[in-house]
Design a protein around this ligand. Structure first.
Ligand SMILES: [Zn+2]
Length: 325
């Protein structure tokens, strides 16, 4: 599905089969000389074919196309290695360049394995979660050369001048693009409207929830008339949504605290006490990958509470146990 949002600015909806996210919003700027594609879809045929069909309809010439990837998640980065040509520039953040593709980062998954087991995840469930994890299955398979951008750098294409804003939290190097004269904020998964962005534990990011909340504060003050998120529908009031997201995390923090009220627990033990927006009647019914995301998000909240001095973290018998201070 293609939608023309502004002259020369399109949204291409890329289906994400079997993902609760449903679809990815890829954005295309059709310039006089070059095209710019922002985010791409999973590295799988079910995303590649609709993408290629849409690019054909819009007469996009991939040999004159550059890419901006908001963050490493496979639904955003997956197809970039397939679509990019020798003349393409691929704009990306520095932190995630070494971990975005599967090649060279295989060992990282072993570290994930050990980490989640130490947080109480049962081995057999984690194996299932791992096999169906979209990052493991649908990341780019080969490394590509990136043009690294950081805070304040710009991408100019015709009368669009996008400025990079570093917004770590949802991922370690997440970046948004802001177009000040048109008041456009391309926000990847930093702000979503129908769903809340997953905030999880990252080896590269200390206290990810705190960083996320600070990154929300960073874009709050921007003058925005059009906000282009990575998934689902858009809305023009980013400030009201940021206020809701603050409230959402405050509620989760208090749920995590009350879960520890009747005794110390691992993150796996705390996760079922948290309210999750998922179509399942009980924690046991969650698909294994959703349990992974939920436990990761629980750890981010518990680490925030630990940094805040309200929760203590100890290791007993190779398990990380959280308790109230
Ligand atoms: Zn994401």
């Amino acid at each position: 599905m293609i939608e023309e949002i502004l002259p020369g600015l399109y949204r291409i909806e890329i289906p994400l089969p079997k993902s609760p996210l449903k679809a990815l919003n890829s954005y295309l700027i059709n310039g006089q000389e070059r095209f710019l594609i922002i985010d791409t879809g999973f590295n799988r045929d079910e995303c590649l074919h609709p993408m290629l069909a849409s690019l054909k309809k819009l007469n996009v010439d991939l040999s004159r196309t550059d890419f901006f990837i908001t963050h490493l998640h496979a639904d955003h980065s997956g197809l970039v290695a397939t679509l990019a040509t020798e003349t393409s520039k691929i704009y990306f953040n520095k932190v995630e360049t070494s971990i975005v593709s599967f090649e060279g980062s295989e060992g990282r998954w072993d570290g994930m394995f050990a980490f989640y087991l130490s947080n109480g995840f049962p081995l057999d469930e984690f194996k299932k979660a791992f096999e169906s994890h979209p990052g493991y299955r649908y990341s780019p398979r080969k490394r590509v050369p990136f043009s690294v951008l950081g805070e304040g750098d710009t991408i100019d294409i015709d009368d669009y001048s996008f400025r990079c804003i570093e917004t770590p939290g949802h991922s370690p190097g997440h970046m948004c693009l802001y177009e000040p004269s048109k008041k456009i904020l391309v926000c990847g998964d930093h702000i979503l409207f129908d769903i809340t962005p997953n905030i999880t534990w990252w080896p590269e990011l200390k206290n990810s929830l705190n960083q996320y909340l600070m990154s929300l504060g960073k874009v709050y003050g921007l003058d925005v008339a059009l906000i282009l998120p990575g998934h689902r529908s858009r809305w023009d009031n980013h400030r009201r949504r940021i206020t809701e997201l603050y409230e959402h995390h405050r509620e989760r923090l208090s749920e995590a605290l009350s879960a520890l009220g009747d005794g110390a627990k691992t993150a796996w033990g705390v996760a079922p006490y948290i309210t999750w927006d998922i179509d399942c009647k009980s924690w046991e019914e969650f698909p294994p990958t959703q349990k992974w995301f939920a436990v990761g998000e629980t750890i981010a909240h518990l680490d925030y509470l630990e940094a805040d001095g309200r929760v203590r973290k100890d290791t007993k018998n190779h398990k990380v146990i959280y308790s109230l201070v």
